[in-house]
Design a protein around this ligand. Sequence first.
Ligand code: TYM
Length: 327
Amino acid sequence: MKVLSGIQPTGRFHWGNYFGAIRQYIELQGNEQSFYFIADLHALTTIRDAGELRQNIADSALDLLALGLDPEQATLFRQSDVPEVTELTWLLMTITQMHLLEKCHAYKDKKSRGIAADAGLFTYPVLMAADILIYDSDLVPVGQDQVQHIEVTRDLAQRFNSLYGEDCLVLPEKHVLDASAKVPGTDGEKMSKSYGNTIPLFETPKRLKKIINKIKTDSTPVEDPKDPETCAVFTLYKLFASPQQQEELAARYRAGGMGYGEAKNALYEAAMEQFGAAFERRAELESRPDDVEDILQAGARQARQKAQAVVERVRSACGLTARPVMV
Ligand code: TYM
């Protein structure tokens, strides 16, 4: 099976990124093809500071490797190191109907808030379709918010195939885990950098504790029973805990006599346990920037080889000439 996913370097990764996507990247590595990339071209639609983008890209690579992406089992690369993806974007753009993009949420949200959207944001889903289709991907692990884009990708592949030949592009499937499809943030809404409610993955223990203490809870008195299923702290705790640990904490919620502070403490402890080793690996990797760069460049070479073969197939299907040999 050919697995592929991408993540934007728009700031430090958070728990939503990890449970919604990165954990699945790691579980799915070692497949026939496990391609994961840092979506720097997509990030250009929001970050306009070159230094900030450069730093975010470097941080993203460190985070992914520290969290367990293994270059022996997975191919990690920067999206912009495979320029063929922008060529496929254009080829797909020529068959993309406007109404398909008009209903996509990133553009629609911005428009509804009266913010002028540029063509990059409007056509963002076409670049994402090219990202997926250029590697003949079968399976795309993502969180719920990306499902619409995978549906657009399937629509575009189908339309392209009906115009140019059924075997041209592979239709991908999404891989979304119900339990972590929409990880809540500190305000109980979807965790997202744009909502300012994130819990970053690599945070100092002191700051992490402070952020966890800010998670919104209701005002049920300590002695009263509480409903774990409507509490963001418990929803987050479930992501870390075994079924037995979940049951134990849920029973304490229901029994009463436990304040939310205790649940927050349990969440903090669980997070420290889960990410402690990644902290150490990250510090170690940070001291070897050349090795990280080598991993990214080797990844790009591998990804590019596949991308070139697929683009040649697509070019020929559309009637473009075979690419001249570069001198
Ligand atoms: P991005 O960078 O916003 O997010 C990366 C991944 O994290 C998931 N995610 C969440 N999952 C559950 N709960 C949350 N609160 C949460 N927040 C983020 C996202 O669903 C995503 O899987 N357009 C993509 C990047 C991209 C891509 C691709 C993905 C570009 N090309 C090709 C897959 C295939 C994006 O903006 O993800």
